[in-house]
Design a protein around this ligand. Structure first.
Ligand SMILES: [Mn+2]
Length: 474
């Protein structure tokens, strides 16, 4: 049996007791006696896992459109990340797993999603591990047209009203409520039941709290609402970025999602392991990383670079650093180039070639582990306001573009009127692309250099004129 040091002088280890309860024993050495007496102290303790936003079978957005993208490596990433959660629960001998909503990305396209979950739940059941789950906005009851019976170790909490499940054996009360419909805008936490005396009290809730950036107002509530319930740990879901809002009295935790799904869900993704001591108090909470394909954003300064040849080695060394820090099999990187440089004109005018040169460097430097999802060119011409010296027609255009870039209101009015006719002719799903302000900024940033490259012989460059480069990158 493996013994590990438990922060003190005595080795200890988790054990399964004959009565099925989990505990820990510590060996106490009495050094004063010639023959050392060893006593074994059994202390009740258990662990639980808190995960949320698994989004089973969610697509990895922004990959499929490109030949050579690691679509295969990323397909099934959400499944493998969840299998890692299950394996973690088994390795940690957890008593139960809490899933705080959005287990599914939405309605299943077929039964395979559900069958996968049945298989994983059965793995947990075979190790005596229970699952307590609620539905979130993505897998709200009214969103799901298909269903499967789950193994009996899984308890899905009601969407009709908040309910409490008590595990007498462990002395745990789990309070929670599923989303019955996708859009729940009232404060759910206020209706949660009172704490159960003598138990460890867990609240499971899918919420945006009081509005997190980029999230709509789902079941909003305040930290005070949560504290007022008197629970020990709030297992939250919905916000995909990991955040610990309180470290005790009570613990309030967003584990974040288990697998990033697009370029804005960057960095390590995982779940929480909580250790509960023999007096039903949470002794420790730690995070465990489970994602399999890592999304990263990487800004690279290329100020002063004269051409792409000078930029590629800079990119290569930065990607080398990223690679050294990441132990996942696949990384998907959105790259942003910044800085005033002569290379700017070429980068913008030949954006497709630039992107693919950079992809080539990434693939070569990483043995195929890194895929560049996008290379966004946010460079500027050399000399901060070089355009100001140009008082001809191009100079006027530069000034106008500059104003649009600086003034959001004017920009939106301009874009609205310019795109009005195009928008009416486009199918709705494409027309939506024209309303994204970030996209507008990106386009405007490219217009000046493109015009300059095409019209101004002073730049000495003749980019290929037959291609429309405006929609390449943004
Ligand atoms: Mn979610």
């Amino acid at each position: 049996m493996l013994l590990d040091r438990d922060g003190g002088d005595f080795p200890s280890a988790a054990v399964s007791r004959p009565d099925g309860r989990r505990g820990a024993f510590r060996l106490h050495f009495d050094g004063t006696r010639a023959a050392r007496a060893i006593s074994i102290v059994i202390a009740d303790m258990f662990k639980f896992i808190h995960a949320a936003d698994i989004h089973l079978d969610s697509a990895q957005k922004g990959l499929a459109a490109y030949e050579g993208a690691p679509v295969e490596a990323c397909r099934g990433a959400t499944r493998r990340a969840f299998a890692n959660v299950v394996q973690l629960a088994i390795d940690e001998q957890a008593a139960f797993v809490v899933i705080a909503g959005d287990l599914y990305d939405g309605d299943w396209t077929d039964y395979n999603t559900g069958l996968f979950l049945v298989g994983q739940a059965a793995r947990l059941r075979d190790h005596g591990i229970k699952v307590y789950a609620i539905r979130g906005n993505h897998d709200a009851a009214n969103q799901m047209t298909k269903d499967l019976r789950l193994p009996d170790n899984v308890r899905l909490l009601s969407g009709d009203q908040p309910e409490t499940v008590i595990d007498d054996e462990l002395g745990v009360a789990i309070h929670g409520q599923s989303f019955a419909t996708r859009k729940i805008v009232h404060n759910m936490a206020q209706g949660y039941p009172d704490r159960v005396a003598g138990c460890l009290n867990l609240g499971v809730l899918h919420t945006c709290l009081s509005g997190r950036e980029g999230h709509e107002s789902y079941a909003p509530c305040s930290i005070d609402d949560l504290r007022s319930r008197g629970y020990d740990y709030w297992a939250l879901g919905h916000v995909h970025a990991h955040e610990i809002l309180r470290e005790g009295d009570p613990w309030i935790v967003f584990p974040g999602n288990t697998q990033g799904r697009h370029a804005r869900e960057t960095g390590p993704k995982g779940c929480m392991v909580a250790v509960v001591d023999d007096s039903r108090r949470i002794r420790a909470v730690r995070r465990h990383v489970v994602d399999v394909a890592r999304w990263e954003a990487c800004e690279i300064g290329v100020a002063g670079a004269r051409d792409l040849d000078e930029i590629l080695p800079i990119v290569e060394s930065r990607l080398g650093l990223l690679l050294a820090e990441c132990d996942r099999d696949t990384m998907v990187v959105r790259l942003v180039l910044r800085g005033a440089c002569l290379a700017h004109y070429d980068l913008v005018a030949r954006s497709t070639a630039t992107l693919n040169e950079i992809r080539g460097v990434a693939v070569a430097a990483s043995m195929g582990r890194i895929w560049i999802e996008k290379a966004i060119v946010n460079t500027t011409p050399p000399g901060a306001s070089a355009s100001a010296v140009d008082d001809g027609a191009i100079g006027e255009i530069d000034v106008f573009l500059d104003e649009l870039i600086r003034d959001p209101l004017r920009r939106e009015t301009f874009v609205d009127s310019s795109f009005d006719e195009v928008r009416r002719k486009l199918p709705q799903e494409l027309a939506g692309l024209l309303t994204d302000p970030e996209r507008h900024l990106g386009w405007l940033g490219q217009v000046g250099p493109l015009l300059r490259a095409r019209l101004d012989p002073g730049t000495g460059r003749q980019p290929n004129l037959g291609r429309n480069n405006l929609d390449d990158d943004q």
